[in-house]
Design a protein around this ligand. Structure first.
Ligand SMILES: *Cc1c(COP(=O)(O)O)cnc(C)c1O
Length: 401
């Protein structure tokens, strides 16, 4: 029997009503199949343009087999934080392999990409004499990391190198004990790439530590998907590379790839590392197997980029505005939350799943649909998706009939 515990939470009814009024209330769709290019969502089989499963590793036979084998060898969990007795040899192996992947000396594994950003910002920016500088479109986890850091922060207008230079030349920056500039490598809402060569030069010139969050670039950009640093040939010049194991690697987790000193320091200071338990060993095995697949099946990365090019070109030809995208993240700009949601609903009727993104996740006027292409979509899947976009777009007056 259910009992109503308390009416002291009744204020939430009003809050929820307000969210609904502002089109900000979210009811997550439910996936009833593996995460794949075609999936069963809310009871319907659809072309899935919504996940970050870029290389379709989530349901890859070799990756699944590795996870099962790890459960048999190590059990299901560690029941401890890393610093107590939650570090297994397989976690250490993963850290070594992902440091190699990012061409750095060492890496430190944390529970998620979100946690990793929070941990690094909090560990390095631990005094009000420091200064944290952040691109205005950085991911929420960097914003929260900056809030938890003791350092004051400055927000740099998106990819504005003049503004970054002015901040680095300001007395606050000059007088700071440490300076840290943080940027997404690939921005998650627009799919544009940070101008890392220019950023690197400025950070070198003004002595700022540079941290790049490659959540959407790892497994996507650069040779063998090594990320933006490799893409621009900046090996050895970016101090900290953040990667996630939750997107292209389709498991869950994050890591900071950097020097051995950063790893050592964070092992003793990073609060999520010290106070939250470690990954199940099967997760580590999943990511190790994913890395092997990435190296041994280069056609996955090729498919991803061929599919991206094809899908974006077809949408543009049909008259859609795909914004600033340079990657498999394809925003379809609408400029109105209700209309973006209507497009998403109509697409679902036509067998395509792509989510609408409204304010405050994106600024007002920049409301959109976001579609993400993967290596596993066939040309047929993408042709069907484009046909659905055209039909729904004409019906809703988003493109000309
Ligand atoms: C998704 C994302 C994260 C969070 O990664 P998780 O591993 O899912 O916690 C961090 N930064 C960026 C830029 C992201 O897009």
């Amino acid at each position: 029997m259910q009992t109503k515990t308390s009416d002291r939470l009744a204020f939430l009814d009003r809050e929820i009503a307000a969210l609904k009024e502002q089109s900000r209330f979210i009811e997550p769709a439910v996936l009833e199949s593996p995460q794949d290019a075609v999936a069963v969502i809310n009871g319907k089989k659809v072309v899935n343009l919504t996940s970050n499963n870029y290389l379709c590793l989530a349901n890859h036979p070799k990756v699944k087999a590795a996870a099962i084998k790890a459960v048999e060898k190590y059990g299901v969990g560690t029941a401890a934080v890393r610093t107590i007795i939650g570090t297994m040899d397989i976690h250490v192996e993963l850290e070594k392999r992902f440091a190699e992947f990012k061409q750095t000396e060492a890496s430190l594994l944390l529970q998620s990409g979100f946690t990793t950003n929070v941990a690094v910002c909090q560990s390095l920016m631990d005094s009000d004499r420091d200064l944290l500088i952040s691109d205005e479109l950085n991911h929420a986890s960097i914003i929260d990391g900056a809030r938890l850091a003791k350092a004051p922060r400055k927000i740099c207008p998106h990819k504005d190198m003049k503004a970054l230079r002015a901040i680095l030349e300001s007395p606050e920056a000059k007088n700071a004990r440490r300076r840290l500039f943080v940027t997404d490598g690939v921005f998650s809402m627009d799919g544009d790439i940070a101008p890392l060569p220019e950023i690197t030069e400025l950070c070198e010139k003004y002595g700022a530590v540079l941290m790049v969050d490659d959540a959407h670039a790892s497994g996507v950009l650069g040779r063998q998907g090594r990320g933006t640093v490799d893409h621009f040939g900046l090996q050895g010049r970016v101090d900290i590379q953040i990667g996630t194991l939750s997107k292209a690697f389709a498991a869950v987790g994050g890591y900071a790839a950097s020097t051995k000193q950063l790893r050592d320091y964070m092992c003793s200071t990073a609060r999520p590392f010290l106070f939250s338990s470690s990954h199940p060993p099967s997760v580590a095995a999943t990511c190790l197997a994913g890395l092997d697949v990435l190296y041994s099946e280069p056609h996955l990365l090729e498919n991803l980029w061929n599919n991206t090019k094809f899908f974006k070109e077809e949408l543009k030809k049909a008259g859609f505005d795909t914004g600033l995208s340079e990657t498999p993240i394809v925003p379809v700009m609408i400029g109105d939350t209700a209309k973006a949601k209507a497009l998403s609903a109509r697409l679902f009727e036509y067998g395509v799943f792509a989510l609408a993104i409204g304010y405050p996740t994106v600024p007002r006027g920049k409301e959109r649909l976001r579609a993400i292409v993967t290596a596993g979509h066939t040309v047929g899947d993408l042709e069907n998706a484009v046909a659905a976009f055209k039909k729904a777009g004409r019906e809703l007056g988003i493109i000309r009939a």
